[in-house]
Design a protein around this ligand. Sequence first.
Ligand code: KG4
Ligand code: ZN
Length: 329
Amino acid sequence: MKDILTLGIETSCDETSASIVKNGREVLSNVINTQIKIHEQFGGVVPEIASRNHIQVISKVVKEAIIKANITTIDDIDIIACTYGPGLVGALLVGVSYAKALSYAIRKPLIATNHIHGHIAANYISHTNLEPPFICLVISGGHTHLVYIKNYSEFKVLGKTRDDAVGEAFDKVARVIGLGYPGGPKVDKLAKEGKPNIELPKIHIENLDFSFSGIKTAVINLHHKTPNINKADLCNSFEKTITEVLIDHTIRAAKELKVNKIALAGGVSANTYIRNEFLKLQDMGYKIYYPEPILCTDNAAMIASAGYYSYMSGNTSDLNLNAVPNLNI
Ligand code: KG4
Ligand code: ZN
């Protein structure tokens, strides 16, 4: 069969990214232009500033992805996959508009791609043998979903957060205790110097949904009420409590569905403590997968991979495509 080269374009939040992926699994280039430094001073992503920066760099980022992939001409690209949701509407529109214009200009199919499907597909790149069915725990700044991937195009949400996303809780805790933005990697680092000696509340939910606002508020209150609290211990205890809930629900889902392959995805799956705790499940017979760190946070290679599988299932979009900020899985 002829190789298929996908150009992926991602602009849903604060990363402008373009990537060329061969046959959904082999990354030829993955250029990521992050705006973290720009938003850092505001303590979080400012949507208008994100959109403007996407516009300023998108052409340069796509060109760089094409050059780095070592392909001879833009016509070598077979399909164009772009994130159309979920995300910030203004930011999404930049990538969607660019992809539509390029698709029209070079007459190649446009594939509207779901950002969450992208996070899940990052695992196909890092584990070239991974095939559905499996369970994926998608944990990022905006999402906390436990998903059953029945095949490359059928997804079933088993549980999701009722309030904060896990990454949101990490970022909020980090901000309050003075670690700065984005908080996840900073909590990850400081937690390594601490001990899990602080009791934090865990909300028990009968079904597979999650809730993280209680633990987030407890950490914030403890920090305010206990002036000399050890921040490393607080971060360590926070990670431990969150991970116990994530593992408990994932195992319950795996048992219910009789699935032994478990994947992690999304920015928070870069967390060292969470990865190590999930790896321990291998002793119980589970196979654990997670993407390499650069593919955990937002990038266009994962969008190219998800777009490729969507195209193989028969999906294409036309030039009426619009951004869908609240798109579901
Ligand atoms: O997937 P992502 O780049 O964007 C969304 O789709 O939301 O995830 C970003 C989130 C942020 O909340 C960030 O703090 C978190 O992922 N994150 C981490 C780590 N690296 C990134 N959280 C915990 N530990 C990390 N090492
Ligand atoms: Zn994301």
